[in-house]
Design a protein around this ligand. Structure first.
Ligand SMILES: NC(=O)c1ccc[n+]([C@@H]2O[C@H](COP(=O)([O-])OP(=O)(O)OC[C@H]3O[C@@H](n4cnc5c(N)ncnc54)[C@H](OP(=O)(O)O)[C@@H]3O)[C@@H](O)[C@H]2O)c1
Length: 216
């Protein structure tokens, strides 16, 4: 499969990208920092320079053109303010939706966040509230896009080793999940068409990933 991952040098993105590349899929990683090209080459991933906040629509289309699936694993990050929640977490995801639509790419996987189902009302919750509203807006835009989407809303992320065991569902509590397990969930969704048009929370749990997906 030919896959383009936005936020290609991010932690989840690299875990997923490395696995896909090791399986001989063609993986592109959209990055904004040329210094990250070397890491992606070492991962077996083709780096493509594309700053999602500043690129114009044609540049984003060119970056993903020909892919069969796109994955939004980018994010403004914990040190960023409200403005970048809008420009990156919402605006970047929406630009990637528009590019997928323009290029005829049907499949779009979104790394969202637990809490995006019920963000605080505008003006409440400080920067984290702004983040959840941005994630909720991105999820809504994707769900209304007509694309074949899967929206994964992980709990707080850790760098722990993969457990292969998770809890998936709606309205789950805030429990941590390793990034490696989120990458494994995304990988499973990519190859399981029955996950199309699904939105679910993902936290650490007891169920093997494929069983948890089958039970949703
Ligand atoms: N942290 C949590 O507990 C948590 C919980 C639930 C969901 N999430 C979501 O999960 C996502 C993935 O997590 P992660 O830890 O793998 O993320 P990460 O390591 O912070 O990676 C995010 C990537 O986005 C890139 N990026 C930022 N601005 C960009 C732009 N304008 N254009 C293109 N790329 C840009 C960053 O590149 P640079 O290095 O150039 O900045 C970085 O490589 C997060 O972004 C977050 O929204 C996080």
């Amino acid at each position: 499969m030919e896959v383009a991952i936005a936020g290609g040098h991010g932690k989840i993105a690299r875990l997923l990208g490395r696995q896909l590349a090791a399986e001989d899929h063609d993986v592109r990683g959209l990055i904004r920092n040329p210094d990250h090209e070397r890491d992606l080459h070492a991962d077996g991933i083709e780096p493509v320079l594309c700053d999602l906040e500043n690129a114009d629509p044609r540049e984003v289309i060119a970056a993903v053109s020909g892919a069969e699936a796109v994955i939004f694993a980018a994010g403004a990050g914990p040190g960023s303010g409200a403005e970048r929640k809008q420009s990156m977490d919402l605006g970047g995801a929406v630009k990637l939706i528009a590019a997928a639509q323009a290029d005829g790419i049907r499949r779009y996987l979104m790394v969202s966040s637990i809490g995006a189902a019920h963000p605080p009302p505008p003006g409440e919750g400080e920067v984290f509230g702004e983040y959840l509203r941005a994630k909720a807006g991105a999820d809504r835009a994707l769900a209304e896009s007509g694309l074949e989407y899967t929206i994964v809303r992980p709990g707080p992320l850790t760098d722990g080793p993969p457990t292969g065991r998770v809890q998936l569902g709606a309205e789950l509590g805030r429990r941590e999940i390793p990034r490696a397990d989120v990458a494994a969930i995304l990988h499973a969704c990519l190859f399981q068409p029955h996950t199309v048009d699904w939105t679910f929370d993902a936290i650490g749990g007891e169920h093997p990933i494929d069983e948890a997906l089958a039970a949703l």
